[in-house]
Design a protein around this ligand. Structure first.
Ligand code: DC
Length: 248
């Protein structure tokens, strides 16, 4: 602890916010906002599974071969560098931030993430990154496995149709490569349901709320309202510790 620091201010700076939920629930927007608002680092763990999937695809490793994937994982270094808007993702030192959001990598990430050795390697790195606290970490298993003692846990959800339409709008806005037309909404919703199914039903660390998570269903909320509800949850925790927003 620094000389000018009280146990209170240390706690205020070092807490962990775990945000879990399915694709398209608004995790990234909310995590980004909370990180800015409360002065925390924002770490998107999905980007790590995506970077690993990109490597497996590049090496042509079968995505259903846990042994081969584990060997690749043992020789892979993935780093997340928190940035203003999104994390910079380094795969063996190469910046792959712009290459991990397409549908092929998205699907592969969900496939490789079912295997326990892959998860164990990722979880270990995530725990190291968050060991000092002061982070908002988003993913699928943060409140249940990575940081089961996180001070604030939020589980975000929304109806699949709503999440699918949000994802569809995002794809349109982010300028889908012109060679590939934007897929119709039904296809986006179908892909999202398939991924949900895999993420929720895998044997190791399935997507589910921690028993002590605050459940935030944004089906009938605007993204702004969902962001506000998440902010209020963190504020409520801080207030319980004796802090108010004006202390920040
Ligand atoms: O959050 P995302 O869409 O970038 O995640 C991509 C995939 O990675 C997702 O389908 C499941 C997996 N994932 C995971 O298993 N555990 C996490 N903590 C984060 C992501």
């Amino acid at each position: 602890m620094r000389a000018d620091e009280t146990p209170d201010s240390k706690l205020k700076r070092n807490f962990v916010v775990a945000i879990d939920g399915p694709a398209g629930a608004g995790k990234s927007t909310i995590a980004r906002h909370l990180a800015r608002h409360f002065g925390l680092l924002n770490l998107e763990t999905g980007a790590m599974y995506r970077a690993f999937a990109l490597k497996a695809l590049r090496l042509d490793v079968p995505l259903d071969d846990p042994g081969a994937l584990e060997r690749v994982a043992a020789e892979t270094e993935i780093k997340l560098e928190p940035g203003e808007d999104e994390n910079r993702v380094l795969l063996d030192g190469e910046d792959v931030t712009g290459q991990i959001r397409n549908q092929t990598v998205t699907d592969a990430a969900s496939r490789v993430s079912v295997f326990p050795p892959i998860r164990a390697a990722m979880v270990k790195r995530q725990q190291e990154m968050g060991a000092q606290g002061g982070v908002v970490m988003e993913g699928r298993d943060i409140g249940t496995v990575v940081f089961p003692n996180a001070e604030v846990k939020i589980f975000l959800d929304a109806a699949p149709e709503v999440r699918g339409m949000r994802r569809y709008d995002q794809i349109g806005q982010s300028g889908h490569p012109s060679a590939k037309p934007v897929p119709p909404p039904e296809e986006v919703i179908r892909d999202l349901r398939a991924r949900d199914e895999r993420d929720r039903n895998r044997a190791d660390s399935p997507l589910r709320p921690a028993p002590d998570a605050f459940l935030l269903d944004s089906t009938n909320l605007s993204l702004e309202e969902a962001v506000q509800a998440a902010e209020d949850t963190v504020e409520a925790w801080l207030a319980k510790q004796g802090h108010t927003a004006s202390d920040r």
